[in-house]
Design a protein around this ligand. Sequence first.
Ligand SMILES: O=P(O)(O)OC[C@H]1O[C@H](OP(=O)(O)OP(=O)(O)O)[C@H](O)[C@@H]1O
Ligand SMILES: Nc1nc2[nH]cnc2c(=O)[nH]1
Length: 177
Amino acid sequence: MEIKLHDKYFVPFISAQELDFAIQNMAKQIEDDFAEEIPVFVGVLNGAFMVVSDFMKHYTAPCEVSFIKMASYEGTSSTNEVKQLIGINQDLTGRTVIIIEDIVDTGNTVEELKELFKKQGVKHFKIATLFFKPEAYKKDIKLDYIGIRIPNKFIVGFGLDYDGLGRNLPEVYQLKD
Ligand SMILES: O=P(O)(O)OC[C@H]1O[C@H](OP(=O)(O)OP(=O)(O)O)[C@H](O)[C@@H]1O
Ligand SMILES: Nc1nc2[nH]cnc2c(=O)[nH]1
């Protein structure tokens, strides 16, 4: 059933079951790669709060979790300027940092994050994202773990918002044409 948020209509796109399956797969892959160490998962707020919560329930090896707050989107488009609103106050020297994103779109946010963590002397820097829009991506940075590839259309739900609304939807909706 379609929904209305502010002035726009959205149609169902990805079910809660498909989301859980994709997150479970990412957790398993990362666990296979990093079970020998204690990675620090860094969720990118606000959008990633739901992915991180579900991801952590599927990741069974020792790990730590922290959050960073970045923002670049106003309405349905990128401002091209990514701001850091809340940082991490933990020494990450020599640690394996795995970013958990809800979505990688233009790549502006992951580029900014990579710069930020490089300066902190981390041992490994990896990126995991639930959603990836290949047609919108403008960077060369490798994305290490991708949940679901989606077309270049605006989505909401499961943490993702349209001007503040829609983050609490348990499934994902796509902007109606
Ligand atoms: O690849 P990009 O084009 O940079 O887009 C991806 C970013 O956009 C969203 O964040 P947003 O800036 O909307 O902030 P929010 O997480 O608080 O909604 C999303 O959570 C990513 O962090
Ligand atoms: N809500 C939302 N935020 C985004 N940030 C980057 N791409 C998107 C998108 O498709 N939807």
